[in-house]
Every structure is written in C-alpha cells, then in structure tokens.
Design a protein around this ligand. Structure first.
Ligand code: GDP
Length: 385
C-alpha cells in the first residue's frame, strides 16, 4: 500500500530515513512521500534520504532550532503553533495516490512524543485516508521522565490514530552495543517488519504473480482500530530450491514441504519476539503474509498458518496472503496482530510513569518549600517592589 510517511522528532526522522532506504532496496514502492518534522535543526540535517524540501523545522520562535529537550508538552505546543508549516509540506503530497498516512515517533522524547498525536488529530480532521501511528517505546533504562513521556503520549496518540503500531526498544536491545549502533540495528529491524507488511499491499502487475496477493484493503481492515504488533520469522531456502522445487512440483511432492515450512514460520513469527510483546490470544484481528520467491510460496501454507493463528487467537478475522519477492534465498512469514489488549509492557510503563509523576510532584513541592525557606527572613527584609 502507498504511504505518506511522516517522521516526527529524532527517532521518527531516522526511522523514516531508513524506510526510504529499505523501500528502494526491495523495490517495494510503498513510500509515496516522506516528510521529517523536528524542532531541532541538527536532527534534520543528520537525515540522509528524506528530501531537503520535505524537512520541516517547527518551534523556531520558541526554541530557535535547539529542540524541546524531553518536554513533550512543549513538543505538543510548538506543533499546534506551527501546524501550517507541516501542512505546507503535506499539501505537496498527492493525497489521492496514498492509501494511508503513517506518523512515526519515539514516544519517550519531546518533539515526537508531544507532536505526533497533535499531527494525527489534525490529519484526521482534514483527510478521509486512515492515519496510522508507529510509536517507539523507550528502553526501561532510559529513566522516569522518558517513561512518563511515553505513557502520556501513548494515552493520547492511541486515540488520535486509526491504529497505533508499536515497537518496544526495550525488547530489542542487545548487551554490549553502543546506543548508536543499537539504534541503527533496531531501526533496520523496524523497517524490515513494517516495510514488508506495507510493501505486501503494493504488488503491481510487473511483480511475480502470487497465488493470493495481499491487498491494501486487507491491511486497512486488519488495522481497523486499537494497538498492533508484528512478528516475523524467516528461513533460508536452498539456492537450487527454485529449480528443484518446480521439478518437484511436477512430481507433486514439494507441496507438503512448502506447506509445513510456512506453517512453522507463522508459528515462529507469532510466538517469537513481537515488536510489542503481548498475549496473542487477546488479538482481535490478524494478517499472515508469506514472503519469498514465488516458487516457494503456496496457498496451502498460508491457509494452514492462517488457521493455526485463528485457533491461537480465537479470532475469526484472520486474513492471509502472499508477498512474492524474487531474487531472495529466504522464505518468511509476517504476522500482524491487531486490537491486542493484554500487553504487560504497557501496564508496566503506566505503573512506572505514575511513580515518576508522583516523585516529580513531591520533588517540585519540596523545592518550592525549600526556595520559600531560602528567602524567609521572618519578615525582617522587604523586597524592593
Ligand atoms: P525527540 O526528537 O524529542 O522526539 O526525541 P527522540 O526521538 O530523540 O527520542 C525519543 C525516544 O526515542 C528515546 O527515548 C529513545 O527511546 C528513542 N530513540 C531515539 N533515537 C532512536 C532511534 O534511532 N531508533 C529507535 N528505535 N529509537 C530511538
């Protein structure tokens, strides 16, 4: 499906930059336009692939291009004030060509955390196309303020978008990695999962003919509302597999192997590491996408995987289809789970955020008392005016 991607804040911009690289690499064609919005000039300069004219600096009057720090209330304010600047870039999008908007933001910071929900609300008011969010949760080691920001942003963002796709940095960290290297790797993991999903709905006539191609309307119907998470599993197939496989097809004994492989990949994708871990049975809807060389994909494999997911989730709304990718030696399964409600990480985020909020209130009250006592002279000294 064709998307207008809007990266909000540093993380949002970097992920959108990576989406552009990925879209070009797989010849996916799912990015119609990419825009980056930030209150920090340096972050916008650091981008590589987002066109210069699509980089929008907001909040100049207040923060002079220096960013809003981790103040997401200020992030929301400057977005409201400069919404026309963002709209200026959006006006250049051929909206009739897109299937949806996708706003990407790190939820623990300031600009993206505060601004993304404001932009979502604005877009929903103006356009009929669905507006999705891709929210990145901070690591648990980032501290209380990031957690509090994320909890508040989550609460707001989820109500302003048609669906909030979530990626939890915490689950994807690796020990012994610098933060920068970690983000580079994590960003590639993000765009591969979400990119393959969106590219799946963008198969054109020149592409390999799939047995049952995923249509963008199936993605849109799966992303009807709520919160979503994605699982992905892949397996290398024998280089000679294509030839062997078509030969075997004639003999009629390749079908079983491909079917078993796909069923097992769907299981691994669902029960392995999700972008947002959750209790799978709490999902309302799902979509299974089989990826890889067309000769390795078969309808029965997707159907079995789909049925297995129906049993696992207890949902009757599990869709399935193919996304053929030629010149690859991998077969994969993407599992999109939508409308998930049993998400321990969100509960934990909210608990820590409540604690952080209480601590912040106590600290502020104490410092007000201490400041008052610093100036207290028992009424002996008068201020000038
Ligand atoms: P903003 O510029 O004020 O919106 O804030 P940032 O985007 O810099 O940071 C918000 C949060 O996003 C941080 O707390 C991190 O959890 C996360 N983050 C920052 N940079 C990246 C990145 O490149 N990739 C990922 N996955 N997360 C990031």
């Amino acid at each position: 499906m064709k998307l207008a991607l809007i990266g909000f804040g540093q993380a949002g911009g970097k992920v959108v930059d990576e989406f552009l690289a990925y879209d070009a690499a797989i010849d996916g064609g799912f990015v119609e336009t990419a825009i980056a919005v930030n209150s920090a000039t340096t972050d916008l300069h650091g981008l590589e692939n987002v066109p210069q004219r699509n980089r929008v600096l907001i909040g100049q009057a207040r923060v002079k291009g220096h960013g809003v720090g981790a103040d997401n209330e200020l992030g929301a304010t400057v977005t409201e004030e400069d919404i026309d600047e963002i709209q200026g870039a959006i006006d250049r999008i051929p909206v009739h060509e897109i299937d949806a908007f996708l706003i990407v933001a790190g939820m623990g910071g300031g600009t993206g955390s505060g601004g993304a929900p404001v932009l979502a609300k604005h877009l929903k008011r103006i356009y009929t196309e669905p507006v999705y969010g891709l929210g990145i949760l901070p690591g648990t080691d980032e501290g209380g303020i990031y957690t509090l920001n994320a909890a508040r942003s989550f609460q707001t963002f989820v109500h302003e978008v048609d669906n909030l796709l979530v990626f939890d940095n915490d689950v994807w960290r690796s020990a012994g990695e610098s933060v920068e290297d970690g983000y580079d790797r994590i960003n590639r993991e993000i765009v591969e999962r979400f990119g393959l999903l969106f590219a799946a709905g963008e198969v054109d006539e020149d592409d390999d003919v799939a047995e049952s191609v995923v249509d963008s309307s199936e993605i849109i119907n799966t992303l009807k509302d709520g919160v979503s998470t994605i699982g992905y599993a892949r397996e290398t197939v024998d280089e000679s597999g294509g030839l062997l496989s078509s030969f075997r097809d004639e003999e009629g004994f390749d079908e079983g192997e491909a079917t078993n492989r796909m069923t097992s990949l769907v299981r691994k994708a669902t029960l392995g590491r999700l972008t947002l871990p959750c209790d799978v049975s709490s999902a309302d809807r799902g979509l299974v996408v089989a990826t890889g060389p067309a000769e390795h994909l078969n309808r029965k494999g997707v159907e079995r995987g789909r049925q297995w997911l129906e049993d696992e989730t207890g949902s009757m709304e599990i869709r399935g289809g193919d996304y053929p990718l030629s010149d690859r030696d991998e077969v994969g399964a993407i599992v999109l789970l939508s409308g998930v409600t049993d998400v321990p990480r969100v509960d934990q985020l909210q608990e820590v955020a409540i604690e952080a909020q209480e601590t912040a209130e106590t600290v502020q009250a104490n410092s007000q008392d201490e400041f008052a006592s610093l100036l207290d002279t028992g009424g002996e000294i008068d201020a000038l005016f």
